[in-house]
Design a binder for this molecule. Structure first.
Ligand SMILES: [Zn+2]
Length: 153
């Protein structure tokens, strides 16, 4: 008789059997699909606007419609090509938006395990792919004050 591991229940609804993702099942197909829809929606809401394009570095402004700061600006992403891979610095204004908020569909009463930050990282991952992909290292900084200067020497 083939041994089959005991089936786990879905981490969200705690009712149906966990079946997805295939490599490490934690969710039932229904909750998985709802989570995917919310994630895709949030990825579309997190806007990355390229402000500087260099040979090995790009700079992006992060904008989000729920952000109350000036011009919906809630941070920056710096993408640096380093050797075969990428170094990524994400600076988030700490008071602009709650990035740890879980994605939810209020009408359906469904809350995903994914956060806004996961959706932002999803967008950054797409940027890395657009540069050909590769190993990467991401640092995320929460910044509570931004001081800008301008000058010429
Ligand atoms: Zn479920």
């Amino acid at each position: 008789m083939a041994f089959s591991p005991p089936s786990e229940l879905c981490a969200i609804c705690d009712r149906n059997e966990a079946a997805l993702p295939k490599d490490k099942a934690t969710l039932c197909p229904e909750c998985y699909e709802k989570s995917e829809v919310l994630f895709d929606e949030e990825m579309r809401r997190v806007e990355l606007i390229r402000t500087i394009r260099g040979r090995d570095v790009e700079l992006y402004d992060i904008k989000h419609p729920d952000c109350n700061e000036n011009n919906k600006h809630c941070g920056q992403v710096i993408l640096i090509k380093a050797g075969q891979g990428f170094e990524v610095k994400i600076c988030l204004r700490s008071n602009a938006l709650d990035w740890m908020q879980h994605l939810e569909d209020e009408k359906a009463g469904f809350t995903s395990q994914d956060t806004r930050l996961d959706a932002l990282i999803g967008n950054v991952t797409l940027l890395i792919e657009s540069w050909g992909g590769g190993p990467h290292y991401m640092d995320i900084f929460y910044v509570n004050k931004v001081v800008s200067t301008e000058g010429e020497i």
